[in-house]
Design a protein. Structure first.
Lengths: 291, 295, 254
């Protein structure tokens, strides 16, 4: 029983982690809470649904297609709603603009698809594996595997590639990076693209796993994933992974052993506690501001 | 008093005028926190909710007189504002936004499970004692006190925190203390507006005070002009009337809200009236006169 | 008697030692210059004195009181005011309100008194206003008092920062590159202003400045920082002729 709940928690948590990565990478570079990130995740889920329903593709192509689409969406959002503000406006303005995008996107989807949940068509046959006495569904295996794969890939990219180095440089000091000849705008676009793709992967898998998508699914998931990013230490990529998994497990355990009526409050209670007790999160560093 | 006024005003407009008044009180509270002091609060509806439920429970279950209940609701909201603000306002601004969202969500979930408040079904049978006269007397008092505050030493320091926190500290401003103050006063007005709202609608449910309500209130402050009292009033009026009057705005209301925020931030980050002052208008006019003399 | 004493102050950022065992002592009513190449640690020193950073080592004593771990706003209230190298005005406040806000640390009315317009608050407001107007006269910005601060020219903004700092009625004034971006007439004006301030207000001034002409002209004593270390200290004459200084800083230009 406990181990099944643990698997459930890790499954949920790895989707939080996928979304949280986008928050943390963007925040690390431009110090913006990209409020629209949850909506990108939602669009990812719908894009996957569309591909499956219209072309009958398998889960692999649905994932790839949705990721590609959301990359584009993320980059466009950044171009239209954030870039014009960068450097000129206060962080408050940028944040409000991000909230605007978030509301716009979720309402747009609600107008297109109605506010009810849509069921995902059957993408694959449901198998159950037995590990000793613990039952694991095939979808859980896929979610855990794909998430792990994506996160390892992300780490490799950040550590080994040129653009990964540029991203790290920008998150250290964006002005200095610009002076050193790094094309900051490109790095930022790239960061949005990668973050959005990860969120889209999360969206598709959650859609299939729970067999439901709806236009406002991104709001709550986004807020929780952000809590996960803060829990892990905002700006820290490993932190987002650890934070996501921790939050997922805590939430499932809270529901299993305490009460389900407070499910949605758990993440926020954790968020508030973390911010009060250890604002830099589990794995973040304290940053001193320059004057 | 209300009886006299309602003879001259259509019931429909009468209702809108009352809602405008309540929204002005709510928005002026948020304006203190976000517009003036620059601390983004996205959970103002949470304070509204606390005020609404507290006062309604007091009048319904304990037969407490309305005014006492209204005050108690506002004070409970203020207390929560204080308790929440004290530890979190030392954080960077963006975190505060998240904390306030989380707080309002927790409040919502709490009332969804709160027996005396009717749980998810909602709370009905609240006496409808909020009158037009009461609302607008309170609006006038709140505007006056806001005006006095913002033109005092404390008010200037609050603006200073928004404009440049480090320079404010260097001028001797205890920024944490004033942020908590602004947050508490804002929460107080949120609770007051909530109490008025509950006793006007006579039915409330947790869904009345969700995230979208917080965003709507934030929009009023941002549209009219951050930190400006006339701006906030204008924003409240526009965003109360528009969805009521225009069907098309009603259907696409949220789409419109979202786009509005982005467009405003890009083209007029200070809102419609945020940086418009009587002084500048006068100056512009006097320049025109000079020109016309020369030509 | 010295107003401010720094004993063995060091500041580290990660691996970088921005200040390394610096001793300083500022006398009453003197104008003390600090010079040094970019990144020498001058602004960091100001940030430590004003409580923005807590030094890694060393102690600060101001009028007999330790400043270590005292929050920035309390240090301001104790009588240390400053200007900023990268100007930090309250942009969307009027020039007048910038100066009025500067006096926050030495005024006392609570928010209730202000909100209710109590006589005590009204009296204090009057005093704050007349002080602010005087200061604006002093820095020659009186006729711009209703402008937004960000509508002022660069030189005006620097003068406004000085006026705002003076509103705190400080005993010690820290000026971080006040002449930066000024033309030569403005610089002349500035030097005159700094002297007048010292005479009128009887305070000590620490001046960080790259313009040698300004520093050599108005400072009574000068310290030279290089890579976080104090490499020399003395009168302008002594500094001009100091070998170490010439080598590391004044170099070919002097
Ligand atoms: N908050 C900080 N975090 C990390 N490094 C810092 C910080 N503040 C200053 N530094 C570093 O400390 C060193 C000294 O900086 P400081 O600003 O004090 O120099 P300065 O003498 O004022 O130079 P300038 O003449 O250019 O103003 C620099 O290398 C700077 O990059
Ligand atoms: Mg400097």
């Amino acid at each position: 029983m406990f181990f099944e709940q643990l698997i459930n928690g890790l499954t949920l948590g790895s989707t939080y982690a996928l979304i949280a990565l986008g928050y943390t990478m963007v925040y690390g570079i431009v110090q913006l809470i990209n409020f629209a990130h949850g909506e990108i995740y939602m669009f990812g889920a719908f894009a996957g649904l569309f591909l499956v329903a219209a072309f009958g593709v398998n889960i692999f192509w649905a994932l790839l297609g949705a990721m590609a689409f959301c990359m584009l969406l993320g980059v466009v959002v950044e171009r239209i709603a954030y870039r014009p503000l960068r450097g000129k406006s206060s962080r408050l303005s940028a944040l409000i603009s991000a909230i605007g995008v978030s509301i716009f996107l979720s309402t747009l989807m609600a107008l297109l698809r109605g506010t009810n949940t849509t069921r995902y068509p059957q993408v694959m046959s449901d198998k159950t594996f037995h590990l000793g006495s613990v039952e694991v569904s095939s979808m859980q295996v896929i979610i855990l595997l794909v998430s792990a794969l994506l996160m390892v890939g992300l780490q490799l990219m950040i550590q080994k590639t040129r653009i990964g180095k540029a991203m790290r440089a920008c998150s250290q000091d964006i002005d200095a990076s610009a002076l050193m000849g790094i094309n900051v705008n490109r790095v930022i676009s790239f960061t949005f693209a990668i973050g959005s793709a990860l969120a889209a992967a999360g969206g598709v898998m959650v859609g299939i796993y729970y067999n439901a998508v709806w236009p406002y699914m991104g709001t709550m998931a986004g807020l929780k994933a952000f809590s996960a990013a803060v829990l892990g230490g905002i700006g820290s990529v490993p932190g987002a992974m650890v934070g996501g998994l921790t939050l997922g497990v805590m939430e499932i355990m809270g529901v299993a052993y305490l009460s389900s009526s407070y499910k949605d409050a758990i993440a926020f209670a954790i968020l508030i506690l973390v911010l009060i007790v250890r604002p830099q999160g589990l794995m973040g560093q304290k940053i001193s501001k320059k004057v | 008093m209300d009886a006299i006024i309602s003879q001259y005003i259509d019931a429909y407009y009468f209702r809108i005028l009352i809602l405008i008044g309540i929204n002005i009180i709510l928005a002026l509270g948020l304006n203190l926190t976000t517009g003036v002091t620059g601390q983004l609060s996205m959970g103002h509806a949470g304070f509204m909710s606390l005020g609404a439920y507290t006062s309604a429970i007091l009048t319904v279950h304990f037969a407490v007189p309305f005014f006492a209940a209204l005050l108690a609701g506002a004070l409970v909201a203020a207390l929560f504002g204080f308790l929440l603000g004290l530890p979190t306002l030392r954080l960077e601004g963006d975190y505060l936004a998240m904390v306030t969202i989380g707080f309002a969500e927790i409040v919502r979930v709490f009332f969804l499970n709160f027996e005396p408040g009717g749980k998810a079904v909602g709370f009905s049978g609240i006496p409808q004692v909020t009158t037009f006269t009461l609302v607008w007397i309170l609006v006038i008092i709140v505007i006056y006190l806001n005006y006095k505050l913002l033109n005092s030493r404390t008010g200037r320091a609050m603006y200073a925190i928004r404009e440049n926190e480090i320079a404010a500290e260097a001028s001797g401003v205890n920024t944490t203390q004033l942020k908590v103050l602004a947050f508490t006063l804002g929460a107080f007005l949120g609770g007051l507006g909530g109490g008025l709202f509950a006793h006007y609608m006579f039915f409330i449910e947790p869904g009345n005070f969700g995230f979208m309500k917080s965003i709507e209130l934030l929009n009023m402050v941002v549209l009219g002009g951050m930190g400006s009292i006339p701006g906030t009033i204008l924003g409240s009026i526009i965003l109360t009337i528009a969805p009521e009057m225009l069907r098309i705005v009603q259907d696409y209301r949220l789409l419109f809200y979202g786009a509005l925020l982005v467009i405003l931030m890009i083209f007029r980050p200070n809102g419609l009236l945020g940086d418009v002052r009587f002084y500048d208008i006068k100056k512009r006019f006097s320049r025109k006169e000079v020109k016309s003399c020369q030509s | 008697m010295s107003v401010l004493t720094l004993e063995c102050i060091s500041q580290e950022f990660g691996g970088l030692r921005a200040l390394d065992s610096v001793y300083l002592s500022i006398e009453e009513k003197e104008i003390f210059g600090i010079i040094g190449p970019n990144g020498a640690g001058k602004t960091t020193l100001f940030n430590i004195i004003t409580g923005i950073y807590v030094p890694t080592e060393g102690s600060l004593i101001f009028n007999g009181q330790r400043l270590n771990n005292v929050p920035a706003y309390e240090i301001a209230q104790m009588g240390i005011a400053r200007t900023f190298q990268n100007i930090r005005l309250f942009n969307k406040l009027s020039v007048l309100d910038n100066v009025r806000t500067g006096s926050y640390g030495v005024s006392h009315s609570g928010f209730m008194a202000g909100m209710l317009g109590l006589p005590s608050s009204r009296r204090e407001e009057k005093k704050i206003l007349s002080n602010a107007l005087q200061l604006l006269e002093l820095v020659d910005l009186a006729d711009k008092r209703y402008e937004y601060a960000d509508n002022l020219s660069y030189g005006e903004q620097r003068r406004l920062e000085i006026a705002r700092a003076l509103a705190l009625e400080p005993k010690l004034l820290l000026l971080d590159e006040p002449a930066a971006g000024m033309n030569s007439t403005e610089k002349e004006e500035l030097m005159r202003l700094i002297r007048i301030i010292r005479e009128q207000r009887q305070l000590s001034i620490i001046l960080v400045e790259h313009d040698m002409n300004v520093v050599m002209n108005i400072c009574e004593r000068i310290a030279v920082l290089d890579y976080g270390r104090k490499i020399a200290q003395g009168t302008p004459e002594e500094i001009k002729n100091d070998d170490a200084v010439i080598q590391s800083y004044l170099g070919a230009g002097a």
